[in-house]
Design a protein around this ligand. Structure first.
Ligand code: FEO
Length: 399
């Protein structure tokens, strides 16, 4: 049986939740699941906005059949070819062979790459600023390259002020019966997962996100329909503010994100001492063991916090594996404008501090606070002054 919801009388959500997926994109744990959103517009023409991941295709096709109510499907608009939204395109075309695909030239190229079927006669190629009338609704097209694939475009329905925003403004987490962001306590309950989604999926492309936002912000937006998570009909400006912040790499908080990698607990002890010294100075600390917390959560808080401390043991003459993975992930996501301090440990050759600096030095507008603090096997009372000096410097900077 169908499980649909109305965004408006003539716009129906026909997507589905997936709560069994272990790793989104093969990397990001989604303990609260994820939704794949697709929307069907019922007008003189019927228009489907994107499809879904193959995992939920059965629900999706039941939903479409219900929402079409005996009509055929006239148009499929593809805003993004990543398979979590486009895997079902071929199956859709086989079920509705008369459907015309509205897409841009890059999407058309990718369609041919992903699917071995001749869609040449089925496609309508649009470009920036084009409009198509489907009856009462007039759809215009806004290219949003690298948010977060090169072919991405957004669609603005000028008639009812609906922005189909592709992956932008999405979030991890199943909808669980809800559809609108005002049906949950979004900024208390869902913002962390929205941040983790943005920073890990799109975070590398801040300038491209800013360019897309600049194009859509002047539009008279009343609804935002992303491909994951909630539809926005209220308080969208508050969420937009977060996107402006995240995409500019400005921290949300004057606080410390402290991540450590420790084999036998001595580096962890040094990290605990650093955290305590900071808290005693009134600094908020968000602390993670890189061997316990998946990197995506730590990357998310690295975007959130103004100051970062990394503490690692030396391992195989390098950086401990979970710390190295984290640092490379942070560098790959283009984080910038942070102040960073480093602690290294090593029983015979503590060399990881320099290697950690080498990974982080290319980050734009990033400063290191002081020299690396070096621990030999375990932190000693004689090193307390050095650690207190670092805590003083960070606390002074944050104040
Ligand atoms: Fe949700 Fe970029 O796909």
């Amino acid at each position: 049986m169908h499980c649909t919801r109305k965004v408006l009388e003539d716009l129906i959500w026909v997507g589905a939740d997936d709560r069994r997926l272990a790793c989104f994109e093969g990397v990001y744990g989604v303990p609260d699941g994820v939704s794949y959103n697709s929307y069907l517009m019922i007008d003189e023409k019927t228009v489907l906005f994107d499809t879904v991941d193959k995992a939920v295709s059965q629900n999706f096709f039941e939903n479409i059949a219900f929402a079409l109510d005996g009509r055929t499907l006239d148009y499929l608009v593809i805003t993004h070819m990543e398979p979590d939204h486009a895997a079902t395109v071929k199956n859709l075309v086989l079920r509705y062979p008369g459907v015309k695909i509205i897409c841009n030239a890059k999407i058309k190229t990718m369609l041919a790459q992903f699917f071995e079927m001749n869609l040449e006669d089925n496609t309508v190629v649009v470009k920036e600023g084009d409009s198509i009338s489907v009856g009462r609704h007039e759809l215009s097209f806004v290219m949003a390259p690298m948010v977060h694939w090169p072919e991405v475009m957004m669609v603005f329905d000028k008639t009812d002020g609906i922005l189909f925003s592709a992956d932008a403004f999405g979030t991890f987490g199943a909808l669980n019966g809800r559809l609108f962001s005002d049906e949950t306590d979004f900024f208390n309950e869902n913002l962390d997962e929205a941040r983790r989604y943005y920073t890990n999926i799109v975070g590398k492309y801040g300038p491209q996100v800013q360019a897309a936002l600049k194009k859509v912000m002047p539009l008279n937006i009343k609804f935002v329909c992303p491909l994951h998570g909630f539809v926005w009909r209220k308080d969208f400006e508050k969420y937009l503010e977060k996107y402006l912040l995240w995409s500019s790499y400005a921290p949300e908080e004057k606080s410390v994100m402290l991540a450590y990698a420790s084999v036998y607990g001595h580096t962890e002890n040094a990290a605990n001492i650093m955290a305590k010294l900071l808290v005693e100075r009134g600094v908020r600390v968000r602390m993670y063991d890189t061997s316990v917390t998946p990197a995506s959560y730590i990357v998310s808080d690295a975007f959130r916090c103004s100051h970062l401390i990394f503490a690692s043991t030396t391992y195989n003459a390098g950086v401990f594996v979970t710390m190295e993975n984290l640092l490379r992930d942070i560098a790959a996501h283009n984080l910038q404008g942070r102040k960073i301090a480093i602690l290294e440990n090593g029983s015979w050759a503590p060399t990881c501090g320099k290697l950690m600096r080498d990974i982080l030095t290319p980050l734009k507008n990033t400063e290191f606070i002081g020299e690396n603090i070096t621990i030999r096997s375990s932190a000693k009372d004689s090193q307390l002054a050095e650690m207190e000096a670092l805590a003083d410097a960070i606390a002074a900077d944050i104040r």
